[in-house]
Write a protein that binds this ligand. Structure first.
Ligand SMILES: *Cc1c(COP(=O)(O)O)cnc(C)c1O
Length: 286
């Protein structure tokens, strides 16, 4: 694949470089594309079914749905029960994933944990499970490829930024690029929780990984007026980012750093339509 381009934008008079991983594919982009690298390289005939689970706004879900569509693999996705209004929404990641052929199965809240644990038993060799958010050790290979690309593009910046859900992206990027500082911020849970998740993948956190503490405690996928403001500010600067992860990363970067930074754009903008309609319903508008 050709390297994704690097753009430059100005925010409050400050230059930011943007690694346009969002441009890979409308559904299968950003770090989800990188994390699925190994599966994307797997010949079609080696597998026939992918199983995953998690939230229905998930960018990982949509990315896997697109991969399975391309590969002609069955995709089974387990979630907790969904409201009727969510099911009927004609925009957003869930809607798009269903269109791509995703087979959605709801599990009652009280049986969810057990049933997800049980999926792992009695799998045949043509079925593969992608854990929630794609937080798999296999992701390292694809993030190494991203690291190599960044190194080859050789821009005059020694700091990178990427927001964290599971932390897989920030962690493996930091491991692969020891000569760069990698900034991240937790978007799901707090700093301690993020460290714990990362430490389930490695023994020791890389020294060049800098976890910026969010200004206040944000809850994932909740609506915050300042998130909408930041989204708008960056959009006005020329590039659309996602409304789930990026606002908190931008806030931390703007307030807590001052050197030139290369922001890894991990896509996820397909989810913005449903997020923006939620903001609109709350009368948060810009
Ligand atoms: C999934 C996702 C993240 C979080 O990635 P992790 O590797 O789970 O930390 C960040 N930004 C966007 C846009 C994403 O889709």
């Amino acid at each position: 694949m050709k390297a994704t381009p690097i753009d430059k934008i100005l925010i409050d008079g400050r230059v930011f470089y943007i690694k346009r991983d969002d441009l890979v594919d409308p559904h299968l982009s950003g770090n989800k594309f990188r994390k699925l690298h190994k599966l994307l390289q797997t010949p079609k005939e080696n597998l026939n079914k992918i199983i995953s689970y998690g939230g229905t706004q998930s960018n990982a879900m949509l990315a896997i749905a697109k991969m399975c569509y391309i590969k002609n693999w069955e995709f089974i996705y387990y979630t907790k029960p969904l409201s009727t209004s969510q099911k009927q929404q004609q925009v957003g990641n869930y809607f798009e994933a269903i269109k791509l052929g995703m087979n959605h199965i709801e599990i009652d809240n009280n049986r969810y944990k057990q049933e997800i644990a049980d999926i792992r038993f009695n799998l045949d060799e043509k079925t593969y499970i992608v854990d929630q958010g794609g937080a798999v050790n296999e992701a390292e290979e694809g993030l190494k490829a991203l690291a190599d690309e960044i190194r080859e593009q050789n821009i005059e910046v020694k700091s990178l930024a990427t927001p964290s859900g599971t932390g897989t992206t920030a962690l493996f990027l930091a491991k692969s690029l020891p000569e760069y500082i990698i900034y991240t911020t937790p978007c799901v849970g707090d700093v301690e929780y993020l460290k714990m998740q990362m430490l389930s993948l490695v023994d020791k956190l890389p020294e060049n990984l800098v976890i910026l503490k969010p200004k206040k405690k944000y809850h994932f996928a909740k609506l915050y007026p300042n998130f909408l403001d930041i989204y708008k500010k960056v959009l006005d600067a020329g590039i659309e980012f996602d409304l789930l992860y990026s606002p908190s990363m931008w806030e931390a970067l703007i307030e807590q750093t001052d050197e030139d930074v290369l922001y890894i754009h991990s896509g996820g903008v397909t989810g913005n339509k449903s997020m923006l309609s939620r903001y609109l319903n709350k009368n948060y508008v810009f």
